[in-house]
Design a protein around this ligand. Sequence first.
Ligand SMILES: NC(=O)c1ccc[n+]([C@@H]2O[C@H](COP(=O)([O-])OP(=O)(O)OC[C@H]3O[C@@H](n4cnc5c(N)ncnc54)[C@H](OP(=O)(O)O)[C@@H]3O)[C@@H](O)[C@H]2O)c1
Length: 247
Amino acid sequence: MSTQRTVLLVGGSGRTGGRVMQQLLDRGIGVRAIVRSRARLPPGAADRPGLTVVEASLLSLTDEELQRHLRGCQAVISCLGHVLSFAGVFGAPRDLVTRATTRLCRAIEALQPPAPVWLILMGSVSVNRPGGLDARRGALERALLWLLRGVLPPARDNQRAADFLLQRIGPGHAFVQWVVVRPDSLLEGEVSAYTLHEGLVNSLSAPGSTSMANVAHLMCELATSPEAWAAWKGKLPVVVNAPAKTA
Ligand SMILES: NC(=O)c1ccc[n+]([C@@H]2O[C@H](COP(=O)([O-])OP(=O)(O)OC[C@H]3O[C@@H](n4cnc5c(N)ncnc54)[C@H](OP(=O)(O)O)[C@@H]3O)[C@@H](O)[C@H]2O)c1
């Protein structure tokens, strides 16, 4: 894939987003990263060729500023997540991911790019895929999720962001195409074998695991490979680590 490809990355100072940044740069892809603090970039990343850093609070950017940062980007990757502290989980903005996703899509629409921009959103296995396309969750799990979404703003936020893409952007938008990546419990570790699934493979009570490096690898594949994009656009792939091979 051409080295002239540029990806706009939001959440690049986070655990998964930092890995996305490093892996995109390793592939020779240009990265434009909007981060609240340059100091929280992954070690050594700030001076890497191919990286442009915009130090700003994403939701505080004006529409015009957001459009300027998006101009010339063929893909957008969002690894935004609520900071795991009381203020991060329960404080404003409770709709961080939904609002960021909506604003990014509206800014892309305003730019009317010649080819659809590929938007890749990090969700989680708590996000439902509508239309009965996921394996049906048990009654207990559905009750737990209902409670979680009621009590925990981040769980509700991730579902609403996915619903926005499913319902408001849909499959045939002229300017935005999207994939919502759904990892299971996040783990440290290097890139390893992983599998992709159209629907859920584990339950919340017996979760699987997904290395953040593998989530990053999948997001980079989606952002750079037309074949991967054709296979998964408009879908919500579940990504889990492949079981370790026994001798
Ligand atoms: N934990 C799990 O097991 C798990 C499993 C599956 C999916 N997920 C989902 O995966 C996503 C990413 O997870 P992660 O652990 O990689 O994230 P993380 O390390 O917590 O990083 C979150 C990112 O979002 C940014 N951010 C937070 N609040 C912001 C705000 N108000 N304005 C702008 N940027 C803001 C952070 O920026 P700063 O560096 O400036 O704070 C950081 O770059 C989340 O949506 C999470 O729900 C988590």
